[in-house]
Structures are given as C-alpha cells and as structure tokens.
Design a protein around this ligand. Structure first.
Ligand code: HEC
Length: 385
C-alpha cells in the first residue's frame, strides 16, 4: 500500500466570480439543440437512478430495483440491486470480457451478468469490506475507485490503494483521476501521479472528459482545468445539480437547464425542459441520460443538418455496435475509444489508414463485410481530411 501522493500546489482564488451577477447569462448564450431519443422505460420510484448502456443494452439501477432492457424491451429485473452509487462498463483485465459493474448502496462492487443475475466482485479488486463510494474508467485497461478513506487504481494486473482520506466528489477520465477533499480539488495522472491541486471552496461536483480536462462546479459556477489553472467557464442562473462525462463532452443539469461543455464552452440546450431534481448520467455513445425520479429520458445532440453526423448515426454507429464495440468501447482492449461521433471524426486518419488502406482492422479473427468497409470509406470521404 502506497501512501499520499506528493502534492504540487497550484492555488486558485475564486475572486471575480461574484455570485450576484448574471452578466454572462445571455451574452455567452451559446446553445445546442437536443432531441429526446425514444426508448422504452418502465416507471420506477425513488429519486435516483444510475444508468449504463452499451449498444442495445440499457441497465437502470433505481432506488427500488434494477431493470435490464434489451433493444426496446424490458428483459430482466433485479430486486436485490438498488440505490446504486455508480456504474461503468469495464474490461477489468485482458480477456475478462466486458463487465457491467455497479457500486451497490452498501458499497459493494456488483457485476450484472447479461442474463440479469448478479455477482459481488469486490474481492476481485481487493476491495472486500471497503465501503466503495463510486468508480470510473481513467483509461482503457484501468479502473479507479473511491472508498472510505482513500482511492484505488487498477491497471488490469494490480490494484494500488492510496490513503488520501475521505473524498467527497470523484471522477476518472483522460488518464487522470480527480477528487475533492475539504474544498480542494486534486487532479492526478494515474501512472506518474503528477498533477495539480486547486483550492475551490464549496466544490460539489466533478467530471473529467476524454482529453483529461476536469470540470468542477461550485453552486452556480462551472470551472474547467485548462492545463494547470482552473478557469470559470460560465455562471448559471441556478445551482448545478449534476455533472456527467459522456463521449467527448460533459453534461450538466442546473436544475431545469441541461448544458453541454465541449471544447471549453458551455452551451445550454434548447429542447430539454428538465424538472427539478433531474440528474445527468453519461453514455459512451455521447448521448446523455436524464433521470428525475419518475422518468428517464435519453437526449442526443440534434443533427442540425450536419451530413457527417447524420451519416455517422445511420451507417457508422451500427458498424461500431456490431463489430468495433467488442474492443473499442470505453475500458475495452483496443487502445482507442470509438463509441461516439466525435471520436470517429477525431481519429478519421487512423481509421482510414487501418480500415481502408492497410486493411489491418478489425484484427484477424473478426470478420467485416466488404459492404461495411465500403460504407466506412464513404463516410470518411464525407468528413474529408
Ligand atoms: C477484436 C478486437 C478489435 C476489434 C473488433 C476492432 N479493433 Fe481496432 N484495435 C484493436 C486493438 C487491440 C488495437 C491496438 C493495436 C493495433 O493498433 O493493432 C486497435 C487499433 C485500432 C486503430 C488504430 C488506433 C491508433 O491510434 O493507431 C483503429 C483506427 C481501429 N482499431 C479502428 C477499428 C474500427 C473502426 C473497428 C470496427 C470496424 C475496429 N477497430 C475493430 C482491437 C480491435
């Protein structure tokens, strides 16, 4: 067991964020249009739900039970898993396959098998008897946990625990973890342990995007780590109630507004009028789930006529779901995540190289039809260089 990380202290002073003014409202009102995606949801009770999705599989852990949906049908219900604190789709180690991993209300790690049965797996991560608060995927092949008194990082071979103390918020992504203790935000690389520490009194929510940028909220203010300094992104008219990383973006609820942070800008959505108590949950697809205790709605950034996005959803997403997702989902064995539109645009040159030019993807053992290869080539042409 290793002890405390060495701390490089960068101080952040929250002056100039005068909570009384709302001058940034309106003037900075970049907006993004979202549309609700139809899916079948069974009603449930209780004001919290944790959602996990992969292709057609959607698992909702609510206060009273967990429901497993396949396609548009309710497939199984699990009475003894409820009030989950966190969830992630993970490949815990090479060859283990993809696990739907939840943190139960009593701090255990619970794997939900495809048939709807459960297995307590805390001991597989050396966390039996620890009261786990939540978990996240800092990078493919890694897993990170926060528990009473510390945090733990698995590299797929070993789990290392760090006695950092009791964390309040915790997030993982972009090869980093971030956590808060006593109004201070700690950001650490998962392997070198290098990072920054920010004073941010009152910090309540945290998330990290795929690039490793940390987003933190204090009441109505949203901050973002811009390579070692926390900068105010925007002040909202109401307090932030939840933050969730989803694909390449981060979503917030505040509380009736749904906002999306992408590339350092926070855009408020048109098309989502949330109810009080709404909370956002990420999806590797880039969509966002919003649960308000009664309903669960899946929102997607509207196409806005962008032909590359329309074509991606029509042609690439099914190919991803049936072929690439076996290895390129978050936490999977393929080194890059290809679960969402932005990731495909960002990695278009590598995709062209491996799929169209060298024909070395998917790897030997996985077949892909000529028709699908042609579809990918066609989409790449549409996106351009
Ligand atoms: C059976 C597992 C598997 C499947 C299925 C698979 N990949 Fe991969 N992919 C890998 C692994 C492992 C790597 C990293 C090693 C390598 O580069 O060969 C990789 C690497 C890549 C890379 C290169 C990444 C880089 O930055 O150099 C691209 C692009 C890629 N995959 C695209 C795809 C696409 C698109 C699909 C679906 C059509 C797909 N892969 C299906 C396992 C897979």
């Amino acid at each position: 067991m290793r002890t405390l990380w060495s701390v490089t202290l960068a101080t952040f002073t929250a002056c100039g964020t005068s909570p009384g003014t709302s001058a940034t409202e309106g003037s900075l009102a970049a907006s993004v249009t979202v549309s609700a995606i139809a899916w079948s949801a069974a009603p449930w009770s209780g004001d919290a739900a944790v959602v996990l999705d992969r292709n057609d599989l959607v698992i909702v852990c609510a206060q009273d039970k967990t429901s497993v949906f396949l396609g548009s049908a309710l497939f199984a219900q699990i009475a003894d898993l409820k009030g989950c604190r966190g969830a992630a789709l993970v490949e815990p180690w090479r060859g283990a396959g993809t696990w739907s991993l939840f943190v139960s209300s009593d701090g255990n790690l619970v794997r939900v098998l495809d048939g709807g049965t459960t297995e307590i797996v805390s001991d597989r991560f050396g966390l039996a008897g620890k009261n786990v608060h939540t978990l996240g995927i800092p990078a493919n092949g890694f897993l990170a946990f926060a528990y009473d008194g510390g945090i733990a990082i698995s590299n797929g071979y070993n789990v290392t625990t760090y006695d950092v103390g009791n964390t309040t918020a915790f997030a993982a992504g972009g090869h980093r973890v971030a956590y808060t203790i006593d109004g201070r935000v700690y950001v650490r690389d998962i392997e070198t342990l290098a990072g920054s520490t920010f004073d941010l009194p009152g910090v309540d929510h945290l998330a990290i995007d795929e690039t490793g940028a940390v987003v933190a909220s204090v009441a109505r203010a949203v901050y973002r780590d811009n390579g070692g300094t926390l900068e105010l992104v925007r002040e909202l008219s109401a307090p932030v109630k939840s933050i969730a990383a989803s694909g390449s973006a981060i979503w917030i609820t505040a509380p009736s507004d749904l906002g999306r942070i992408f590339g350092g800008q926070l855009a408020l959505t048109k098309g989502a009028n949330l109810t009080e108590g709404s909370r956002a949950y990420g999806s590797s697809s880039g969509d966002v789930w919003v649960a308000d205790g009664k309903n669960l709605v899946r929102y997607r950034v509207a196409d806005d006529g962008d032909p590359a996005r329309v074509a991606w959803e029509r042609d690439m997403q099914p190919i991803y779901g049936s072929i690439c997702s076996a290895c390129h989902a978050p936490g999977g064995s393929g080194q890059l995540v290809l679960s969402n539109y932005d990731a495909w645009v960002y990695k278009r040159k590598r995709i062209k190289e491996r799929i169209v030019v060298a024909l070395t993807m998917p790897p030997a053992g996985t077949t892909m039809s000529e028709e699908n290869r042609t579809k990918i080539a066609g989409w790449l042409t549409l996106v351009g260089e």
